[in-house]
Design a protein around this ligand. Structure first.
Ligand code: ZN
Ligand code: ZN
Length: 251
């Protein structure tokens, strides 16, 4: 066997061995949410995918998208007061790996997480016919001091990803957080509403006038942040506001 034939034979064997190895051990990578192993072609690991499937199959309030009990279409909060937004949905429950993922994005600056989270949020929008007609993506803003200290707005990063995937423009300077507010964690629903009253304003209302908006936030708990944001946008002349968040649940 001459040199080049020998080389080809060796290469052939190498390819064969590679093939067998791939067959026995399919290539894997790690789940962006929990870091466990997952098949390369899947976005999430089997455990996270299963939890998401469970979340999607739970009965949700038709208006705010939070899990609801009982037989009606709406949760108790939405029955008591109609929220200003047309609908809200969350891609995931605010729990387990989904909760950890958004905390890593926000507090540890794991900015690469905006891509898979935004992808799952865009898929949630596409799966819900009630979002039909949204024209412009508007992220819930941070106060400028908070933006300076954190260095990024997680809702803007998610909004960019969603806008790219849905082919929608993003307007991140139109909604402004005018006033710094207390951390919402640990406040009752009434305290949250009072805390946020007048916190959001709209700069350049002509950009939202008559438009159907997709408001983006990271977490939906009582809905007070998105309700105040939606109310400010509607007061500025927006036609309607639909909300998408990464996760929803209790705080
Ligand atoms: Zn996972
Ligand atoms: Zn509801």
């Amino acid at each position: 066997m001459d040199g080049s034939l020998w080389t080809k034979f060796r290469q052939g064997c190498g390819n064969l061995i590679d093939g067998i190895v791939t067959l026995l051990y399919p290539p894997s990578s790690s789940c962006p949410l929990c870091r466990h192993e997952k098949p390369v072609q899947e976005l999430l690991c089997p455990a996270c995918s299963y939890l998401l499937e469970m979340w999607r199959e739970e009965p949700h309030c038709l208006r705010c998208g939070r899990p609801r009990s009982g037989t009606g279409d709406l949760c108790r909060d939405c029955l008591a007061t109609t929220p200003p937004f047309r609908l809200a949905r969350a891609a995931a429950p605010y729990d387990g790996p989904f909760r950890q993922a958004v905390q890593k994005l926000k507090f540890q600056g794991a900015l690469l997480l905006a891509e898979p989270l935004g992808q799952l949020m865009a898929e949630t929008v596409l799966a819900e016919p009630m979002y039909t007609g949204v024209e412009l993506v508007v992220p819930v803003p941070l106060h400028r001091r908070k933006l300076r200290s954190r260095g990024f707005n997680q809702s803007s990063l998610l909004g960019k990803e969603i806008g790219n995937r849905l082919g929608l423009p993003l307007e991140e300077k139109v909604l402004i957080k005018e006033r710094e507010t207390k951390d919402q964690i640990g406040l009752t629903r009434e305290q949250r509403l009072a805390n946020l009253r007048g916190a959001f304003t709209v700069d350049k209302p002509q950009l939202v006038k008559g438009k159907s908006l997709l408001l983006v936030d990271d977490i939906f708990t009582t809905g007070s942040t998105v309700s105040h944001s939606a109310a400010a946008l509607l007061a500025a002349g927006a036609e309607e506001v639909s909300v998408i968040t990464w996760a929803a649940g209790i705080n």
